[in-house]
Design a protein around this ligand. Structure first.
Ligand SMILES: Cc1cc2nc3c(=O)[nH]c(=O)nc-3n(C[C@H](O)[C@H](O)[C@H](O)COP(=O)(O)OP(=O)(O)OC[C@H]3O[C@@H](n4cnc5c(N)ncnc54)[C@H](O)[C@@H]3O)c2cc1C
Length: 502
């Protein structure tokens, strides 16, 4: 396990370091750095016995949004972050040409809070070139290669009627949304008991309730953003695509706005600017391992031996990471169980420099969608005009677990060999430069929360319940939105809950 990529990123943050402190191993370290900066107020530390109004644990979108809202309401707020960089699952690879996003990437048209925050922070948004969702790609399935034009009449296509026109990579979205019981319903309806009938294995739902054959289900499984289609709740996927459809509808209502956007210069800039607004600098490398709540204040204990105190806390630590965190008083049993059981879908990215335009050699589309071990491969054009800046293989779910056990060097060798096996023209054309996965990091758990069959009815509506003076935020606690906007929603809700107690 490593804090992959963190070292690179800290360089990119140099310009920002006057307001963001790696608070060393001791309280004095933090004070000394703050003193050198000669700018913002020195962070109060364990030795000061200072009791903040609120401590926010985690400097991802949810934590930073909560912290800013609380500060706007006049509270004295401190943010503690375990990694040596800000942003959590928002992480722009600033050192790679074109600055690809290694995590939270596309800002949907319905991301009201995120769009508003970007506007307030004077950030410019742009519509990125489609990358993975590029319409033109080479498909490689069951050892056969074909282009999108060839799919409708291809022997591997077992769909019927007009469904035959649906490209393999569109099946998951399109078929899930056929007669989706959540379409057009309020976005938080998915937790209502009447939808419990869909909290069953997604593959069973597709087979028994929708009548799709095994081949179609297998194709839908390839890029499912969970472990696999059998241990994913159908309700989870129905919700996911109902939210996506809502996003598309919003985009249609505002044809002047792109359906998906990114921050020019990298999504990380929104994180940096949100942190910059805080009066107390975010303290980095503060891995929280315990909360001690005596009813009037909470002691927040970090791995470096420091303790910070606040009247109330917002905890945005990803759920599976809470396995390593102790609460006094103890959490209720249901929550202990939830922390053990709830998981996040994982993915792994291998980034490459493109040293030769191999697609010009074989005349095939540059990007690929496959059932090979590297799953998806995209050539990114993030430079001026059509310029190719880098490429990446993006592996999701079950297949990604294998890579989690390999060294970076083994991953490079394996991916290049697989690429060359199914696409000989890639030989010598790609130079691997980085492996990134939120799951490989002790402070991360994966990409997004996913719900196994039965979990939604048991847990989904409860994850936002406070525990004493501790409020929980994070994308996994959002009920309306998902991903980055879900993180904003959760930060806002946690801050609102906390303010009601002040
Ligand atoms: C590959 C990938 C692609 C994605 N694509 C999209 C997309 O296109 N659109 C979209 O909307 N969303 C996308 N997402 C999801 C989105 O990035 C997340 O849902 C969102 O950023 C989560 O924010 P958060 O604040 O809830 O959690 P996080 O960003 O994970 O924040 C939690 C913070 O807590 C810190 N932390 C953890 N443990 C401790 C501890 N013990 N002590 C102190 N700090 C701790 C972490 O380091 C982290 O900074 C993607 C995610 C990934 C990984």
């Amino acid at each position: 396990m490593s804090d992959s990529g963190g070292k690179k990123h800290i360089n990119a943050l140099d310009k920002f370091s006057r307001r963001t402190f790696v608070a060393g191993g001791t309280a004095f370290g933090a004070l000394a750095i703050a003193g050198c900066a000669g700018e913002a107020a020195a962070p109060k530390t364990a030795s000061s016995e200072h009791v903040y109004d609120a401590i926010v644990v985690g400097a991802g979108l949810s934590g930073l949004h909560a912290a800013n809202l609380l500060q706007e309401q006049g509270l004295d707020v401190l943010v503690l972050e375990g990694r040596n960089r800000l942003g959590g699952r928002v992480y722009t690879l600033m050192d790679i040409p074109g600055k690809p996003e290694a995590a939270g990437e596309l800002i949907g048209g319905n991301y009201a809070r995120m769009l508003d925050t970007a506007r307030r922070l004077d950030l410019e948004l742009f519509e990125p070139e489609p990358g993975f969702i590029a319409s033109e790609k080479l498909y490689h399935l069951k050892g056969q290669q074909f282009t999108g034009d060839e799919w409708a009449s291809h022997a591997l296509n077992t769909l019927k009627g007009e469904n035959r026109e649906l490209l393999p990579d569109r099946l998951l979205w399109e078929l899930t949304n056929r007669d989706n019981p959540l379409t057009g319903k309020p976005l938080d309806d998915w937790i209502k008991p009447e939808y419990a009938q869909y909290d069953v294995p997604f593959s069973d739902y597709l087979r028994n309730q929708r009548g799709y054959d095994e081949q179609t289900i297998e194709l839908m499984d390839i890029i499912i953003h969970t472990d696999n289609i059998d241990n994913t709740s159908a309700l989870h996927e129905l919700r996911r695509y109902a939210v996506n459809d809502f996003n598309s509808a919003m985009a249609k209502a505002r044809p002047d706005l792109p359906a998906f956007q990114q921050v020019r210069g990298g999504n990380t800039l929104i994180i940096d600017k949100m942190a910059e607004k805080l009066n107390n600098p975010v303290l980095l490398e503060k891995s929280v391992f315990g909360f001690d709540d005596d009813g009037s204040k909470v002691e927040v204990n970090c791995h470096d031996g420091t303790t910070y105190r606040a009247k109330q806390v917002v905890c945005s630590i990803p759920y599976p990471v809470l396995n390593a965190v102790k609460f006094a008083p103890r959490l209720p049993t249901w929550m202990d169980n939830a922390i053990r059981e709830i998981d996040y879908g994982i993915s792994l990215q291998v980034h490459f420099l493109v040293e030769r335009k191999f697609w010009e050699d074989d005349g095939l589309p540059a990007s690929m969608w496959t059932d090979a071990p590297f799953e998806r491969f995209a050539v990114l054009r993030r430079g001026e005009g059509d310029e190719v800046t880098s490429a990446l293989a993006f592996i999701n779910g079950d297949e990604a677990f294998k890579y989690e056990m390999m060294s970076d060097e083994a991953i490079y060798a394996h991916t290049l060999a697989e690429l060359e096996r199914i696409r000989p023209s890639t030989k010598g054309a790609l130079k691997p430069i980085m492996v990134q996965s939120c799951h490989r990091d002790v402070h991360g758990a994966g990409d997004w929360v996913f719900w196994r069959p039965g979990q939604i009815q048991t847990y989904a509506g409860k994850l936002r319940d406070p525990h004493g003076n501790i409020h929980f935020a994070g994308e996994h606690t959002a009920l309306l939105e998902r991903g980055m906007e879900g993180a904003f929603e959760s930060g806002e809700r946690a801050a609102t809950d906390l303010l009601q107690r002040v």
